[in-house]
Design a protein around this ligand. Structure first.
Ligand code: ADP
Length: 382
């Protein structure tokens, strides 16, 4: 059913006249993998930044056509710019036009050793090789980006060394309530379901746990929380690649992992370890995010590559994993986090929210491809 709908959507897009006068968007490789779940269709259209305005009516029209299909109630089409205006350096890796595997997706059987969570379609880890690179900030904003793309999203804060999600989502003083029996009700913020190890145990307790203890706590948080139906559960992992992280990567039924790094060499060395760790246990890398990538001076608009921008993108290319995008170092991001309203929620029309949504759509494209971490070759016309 989903496969048929995807094919029909592709056919519709193929028949539509591209507003830039080029050929159809499908054969030009501009359409990402198409994600169909619960009557919602989602995909992104990669267009040259200079033509983004021209494509806006096209995007809306595509949504309207697709929403008329039987079996689709909502279509979400995101425009992804090839290059951000005024931001020359960083080009996220193209979303492959042809899915490598259509069978590995939502319907794929869970691995025998890692039973899935009932009602939760996919679990995605957000990880980093070391602390302080903005992993939690990225995790909450990506979760909100997924929400904006029409998915039902939960976030699980498993960072035993410094659970910060409750603070980032203004839930610090809240306590999860019992849902009867062993079940807990998750908290909710900005339309996403939230659970954090910080809400359940004192920080000092969890910090000394070894891998198996972390996994057992995590399993409890995943399975004994009344999540309701989720398309995606984002797990904010503890930073690093030690015993606790490895056990988690091994035992949690992850559909993929996003690695957050700054462009600094040291951070990249750690990110590399993170990639290796997930690949070793067969978890697909959905992509690398370069956080604190560069800084634009608010007064002059001058750009500073404080940590030497572009390292994560180069690393992604070298390791043949997707590059999800570059997030600048910006005071707004930190201030909004401190206020408990992440930037995607606080400034949904701002440039950062747009980058986070782009990253989310690229990560989703990777998920649709299923059990592989390598980018299939694709030709991108600009
Ligand atoms: P981690 O989870 O990797 O330890 P956090 O997400 O807690 O990192 O971020 C560490 C600090 O950096 C926080 O104060 C956060 O607000 C800030 N921060 C993260 N990303 C950015 C960014 N792109 N621009 C500015 N500040 C950021």
């Amino acid at each position: 059913m989903a496969e048929e709908l995807k094919a029909t959507i592709k056919a519709i897009l193929g028949d539509m006249k591209a507003p830039d006068g080029g050929g159809d968007v499908v054969s030009r490789g501009m359409v990402s993998d198409i994600f169909v779940a619960d009557g919602k269709a989602f995909f992104s259209l990669t267009v040259p930044a200079k033509d983004a305005d021209k494509f806006e009516p096209f995007r809306k029209e595509a949504e309207r056509y697709i929403e008329q299909l039987d079996g689709i109630t909502k279509a979400m089409v995101a425009l992804t710019a090839e290059k951000q205006a005024g931001e020359p350096a960083s080009k996220p890796s193209p979303i492959p036009a042809q899915p490598k595997s259509l069978t590995a997706g939502r319907d794929a059987a869970p691995r025998a050793t890692k039973p899935g969570i009932p009602n939760v379609d996919k679990i995605v880890a957000v990880a980093s090789g070391k602390g302080g690179v903005g992993k939690s900030t990225t995790a909450v904003n990506l979760a909100l980006g997924f929400r904006d793309l029409g998915l039902k999203v939960g976030i699980l804060d498993a960072d035993i060394y410094g659970p910060s999600i409750p603070r980032l989502l203004d839930l610090k003083d809240k306590k999860p309530q019992s849902a009867g029996g062993r079940l807990l009700k998750p908290l909710e913020a900005y339309g996403i379901k939230v659970m954090s190890i910080g809400l359940l145990v004192a920080e000092e307790t969890a910090m000394v746990w070894r891998g198996p203890m972390v996994v057992s706590a995590l399993n409890q948080m995943m399975r004994e929380v009344e999540w309701g139906h989720l398309d995606l559960l984002v797990v904010d992992m503890p930073p690093g690649t030690g015993d606790a992280q490895l056990t988690m990567a091994q035992q949690v039924p992850l559909a993929g992992a996003v690695i957050v790094s700054t462009p600094q060499d040291l951070s990249l060395i750690d990110a590399r370890r993170g990639i290796t760790m997930f690949q070793k246990v067969d978890v697909p890398i959905l992509g690398i995010v370069e956080n604190m990538s560069y800084f634009i001076a608010p007064d002059t608009g001058a750009r500073y590559d404080i940590f030497g921008h572009g390292g994560a993108e180069a690393e992604a290319a070298k390791r043949e994993v997707p590059f999800l995008g570059a997030m600048p170092l910006d005071m707004h991001i930190r201030v909004r986090s401190d206020e408990g309203v992440p930037i995607v929620q606080a400034e949904p029309d701002g440039p950062h929210a747009e980058i986070y949504r782009d990253m989310a759509s690229r990560a989703l494209a990777g998920l649709e491809m299923g059990e592989t971490s390598s980018v299939s070759p694709s030709i991108v016309f600009e």
